[in-house]
Design a protein around this ligand. Sequence first.
Ligand code: ATP
Ligand code: MG
Length: 322
Amino acid sequence: MSPDSVLEAVDLTKRFGNLTAVDHVSFTVKAGRLVGFVGPNGAGKTTTLKMILGLLSPDEGVVFRFGREADSRDLETLARIGYVPDVPSFPEWMRPLEFLEYIGGFFSRDAETVKKRAREMMEEFGLERLAGRKVEGFSRGEKQRLGMAQAMMGEPELLVLDEPTSGLDPLGRYEVITYMERMKGKAALIVSTHLLEDVERICDDVLMIDRGRKILDAPLSEIKSFREGDTLTVEVAEGVDRLAAALAGMPWVKAISPRGNALEIMVSDKKAAGREIPAAVARFGLELLRFEGRPPSLEEVFISLTRGDQGEERNGMRGGAG
Ligand SMILES: Nc1ncnc2c1ncn2[C@@H]1O[C@H](COP(=O)(O)OP(=O)(O)OP(=O)(O)O)[C@@H](O)[C@H]1O
Ligand SMILES: [Mg+2]
């Protein structure tokens, strides 16, 4: 494994009965990098993260943490990892500060150090106003905050976060995103999320899986070269519906989304599109206001890579999008 890798998964595979939830997935998390782990519901993200942490044992494959092959007895490397599960749960009778101090006890024997760190984490994750309450009855977002604080108690070198912003209000989400950004460089992070905008904003690398298989693994800056098509925007003064209907049948059109008087068109052949879209506008006698291309967003890459050849079960969910 490369010297700067904090985590390496090789051929990780997990089966549940007939279902292969994770299918020979390999990837590396390098020191100081923030990896966005994305994929549709049921893709195998949570299962993969649990194998990384040793909470599930793989049917095939190996995990190396900090250069050492993972072993359930190896508590020393586990102590260097902070983890927030998708649904964090806590001893319900404890108050947050008490809980954080309890967790801190695993990392330090010095009570003052533990107390100080726990208080800092209370402040960092906006838990002070909950200080007097028992965890029992905490809302989903409040539990998520406590989960983050708990994961940071041991000053981890690797943070594994399974949908850390789910259930958070916009401010909470902003705070967690900002916190992850601040963590960059201090620790490596692997973060599963469905919020592709956030991934585009803060991640260094993108790992994408679908139905257990890895389909993309690249620095965010290189994602453009993985695109299946370009997106062009054409805007006309009126008659956008007629134009959309005419373009929908063209062989190089992969998808069309109307946006007011404009159409966003994902195309497989940019040259043909560049010739034929203005020609169609002219044929209908429409007034062209705008015609431009831009690199695809991560969301577009995600949709084009995960749409593929999936069977009936997904089509029903797409509400006529396909
Ligand atoms: N303990 C289990 N027993 C049987 N099937 C399971 C088990 N855990 C997960 N699965 C199945 O494995 C697949 C992958 O699940 P996983 O939770 O890893 O997906 P995910 O990518 O985290 O999805 P989401 O985005 O919805 O959180 C799913 O089809 C799921 O139903
Ligand atoms: Mg999950």
